[in-house]
Design a protein around this ligand. Structure first.
Ligand SMILES: *[C@@H]1O[C@H](CO)[C@@H](O)[C@H](O)[C@H]1NC(C)=O
Ligand SMILES: *[C@@H]1O[C@H](CO)[C@@H](O)[C@H](O)[C@H]1NC(C)=O
Ligand SMILES: *[C@@H]1O[C@H](CO)[C@@H](O)[C@H](O)[C@H]1NC(C)=O
Ligand SMILES: *[C@@H]1O[C@H](CO)[C@@H](O)[C@H](O)[C@H]1NC(C)=O
Length: 271
């Protein structure tokens, strides 16, 4: 996987007119490592301290927000997007006194510095929240890289996520979602999967006529066949939301969602 991304970076590096020319895998790995170390340390590392910072779609202060809480990370996995020059990390913290499931995008600037840390976090009381259960479910899934010959394009991966997120606001025009079989969806810790070859994610799907999911921010990793989308779920009190979707062979294999519904309600946004 690393060799593949490295190859892309070298190829892109040979054509400095491309916008991505300054983005290296090393920049991305450094940024995600700095983010993870900051979470473990409970203080933002130097490379993050001047970045713009958002928590659950609101501007926040990186020195006093979630990154000021020291956490023992029980699970992490990261997507690397060398085109948009950004990473996405999924974290689970099972500490019973302060459990969290966190989805964070780190966006870099043209010189490889951290420009934005964009975090969706959920905890006790949020939609279907149970960090221990989420961890046990994720550990049974296969989030390994996709074999080189079977990788989908960025466009295919993004289109699948957009079609999925358009299900809420579908009216006359129905989005075409490339459902896979099997497919397993974890919403908070609620799981559609039964562990069979016929598991489907095409269950409990909204009928439409709801407000759209807007302000979508993407991180796309063709090597992992995965995309992270952070957005505003207007239909759930404008809650901050994270969807991570993994495709295999053009079809959706896994969906992970985090919806900060409790914090949306707490700040009094209208449903
Ligand atoms: C963030 O909080 C720290 C500590 O309270 C404070 O010194 C700093 O000025 C704040 N930053 C901003 C941008 O408000
Ligand atoms: C992130 O996960 C990797 C692989 O599972 C592990 O080796 C690493 O120590 C974890 N990092 C942190 C900061 O927990
Ligand atoms: C969370 O899920 C675990 C199963 O993984 C269960 O034992 C536990 O009771 C659940 N906790 C809550 C608060 O529902
Ligand atoms: C579908 O209808 C809902 C509710 O009226 C609306 O909010 C949404 O924008 C519509 N979707 C599209 C794609 O026009």
């Amino acid at each position: 996987m690393l060799a593949f991304i490295l190859t892309i970076c070298i190829v892109l590096g040979a054509f400095p007119t491309l916008a991505t020319a300054t983005c290296t895998l090393q920049n991305l790995q450094d940024a995600s490592s700095a983010y993870l170390s900051s979470v473990s340390a409970g203080t933002p590392s130097a490379s993050l301290s001047k970045a713009s910072y958002k928590e659950n779609n609101k501007d926040a202060n990186i020195t006093t927000g979630l990154l000021s809480k020291q956490m023992k990370i029980d699970h992490n996995k990261t997507l690397f997007d060398t085109t948009l020059c950004a990473t996405y990390s999924e974290l689970i913290i099972t500490n019973p006194k302060a459990p969290y499931v966190i989805g964070t995008q780190v966006h870099l600037d043209d010189s490889g510095g951290v420009a934005l840390v964009d975090t969706i976090w959920t905890s006790t009381g949020d939609w279907q929240f149970n960090a221990t259960k989420s961890l046990s479910l994720i550990l049974k899934e296969d989030w390994n890289p996709i074999p080189v010959a079977q990788r989908d394009t960025r466009a295919t991966i993004q289109a699948a996520a957009d079609a999925y997120l358009d299900l809420w606001s579908q009216n006359a025009t129905k989005p075409v979602v490339p459902w896979g079989i099997p497919c397993d969806r974890m919403e908070g810790s609620a799981y559609t999967g039964k562990g069979t070859d016929t598991d489907s994610c095409n269950v409990g799907i909204p009928a439409g006529n709801e407000p759209p999911n807007i302000d979508r921010r993407y991180v796309i990793d063709e090597t992992m066949g995965s995309v992270s989308v952070l957005c505003v779920f207007q239909t759930m009190a404008n809650a901050a939301d994270s969807h991570e979707i993994k495709l295999e062979g053009g079809k959706i294999r896994y969906v992970h969602t985090m919806t900060a519904f409790k914090s949306a309600m707490a700040i009094g946004e209208s449903a």
